[in-house]
Write a new protein. Structure first.
Length: 112
């Protein structure tokens, strides 16, 4: 056998040893520390669309009773001080200004 042919089995044996050592190290790591869990932040709180539009409708009806459709932005994130507008579509379009007054999602409604 030539020198090169004798080195080949040693190289294979060495590589097998390295792979086995890595496998043992990973197994010990997982068994000792468990798996690594990454926690994602909770999704942002958004206003309930139906409740929001109903509250705006109730406010608008206190000024002029109507069953007019109300449209508000979708998925409004609850952030204290955030402002947006909802529209009441009756004989025309009435704009209702909405402000989120606290982190619980309480609202302040008014006309522009």
């Amino acid at each position: 056998m030539t020198e090169e042919n004798r080195r080949f089995p040693r190289s294979v044996a060495f590589c097998s040893f390295v792979v086995a050592a890595c496998a043992v190290a990973v197994t010990v790591r997982v068994l000792t520390f468990g798996t690594v869990q990454v926690e994602s932040p909770p999704p942002p709180r958004v206003l309930d669309q139906t409740a929001l539009e109903e509250q705006v409708r109730t406010y608008a009806n206190s000024m002029e009773p109507s069953d007019a459709p109300v449209l508000c932005p979708l998925s409004v994130v609850v952030t204290k001080g955030a402002e947006f507008e909802c529209t009441v579509h009756d004989d025309g379009v009435a704009v209702i200004e909405v402000e989120i007054v606290d982190e619980q999602g309480r609202l302040s409604l008014g006309r522009p």
